[in-house]
Design a protein around this ligand. Sequence first.
Ligand SMILES: Cc1cc2nc3c(=O)[nH]c(=O)nc-3n(C[C@H](O)[C@H](O)[C@H](O)COP(=O)(O)O)c2cc1C
Length: 179
Amino acid sequence: MMLDTLLKDAKKQLVSALIHKKHSFRYFTLTTLSLEGSPHSRTVVLRGFDPEKFTFSIYTDSRSDKVKELNKDDRAEFLFYDNNQLLQLLVRVNLIGSISSEEKFNSLSDSYKKDYCATQQPGNPIKGPEDIEYDFDKGYFIELNFKAVQIEYLKLKRPNHLRAKFHINQNWKGCFITP
Ligand SMILES: Cc1cc2nc3c(=O)[nH]c(=O)nc-3n(C[C@H](O)[C@H](O)[C@H](O)COP(=O)(O)O)c2cc1C
């Protein structure tokens, strides 16, 4: 089993998740550091992945906690898990940029726009799920771009589990580690 096969497989799966809506990697856990320094995780949708540049993108509301947290500390971790393959990818990333694209927001249908244009701040208490107003002219849509610095591949299988780590500083050469 060659190490670079594992890295290639990880990238192939991520590319596949962009195309196939049912792929488990479409939804993943994004962990940031809260303003107090504690871990803060949430589920997000994978919106972009470039296997050559090893960059990722997600869409969010520019007023959300994750944006505030990443502006303070650009480090984050992505956790992907595929229950069918018993495959876990842990990707350490840095925020490298954000694009608040009015064009992209305007191209969304109203039902999708809703996710980015509530007049109330995300995270604020409301009376109930219906107590939300939307401003379809003024979105808070933002695309966040991340660059991978390390990836850990873990697949549970018999007779031997497969666990390997790849780091940008070793030119993504990688090494097997004890599962
Ligand atoms: C299935 C699912 C998909 C989600 N996708 C996104 C997403 O792509 N972008 C996003 O900002 N929030 C997404 N959320 C909501 C986040 O998990 C989170 O609750 C919200 O973004 C607020 O996070 P924050 O206050 O920590 O920034 C998703 C939630 C679920 C359950």
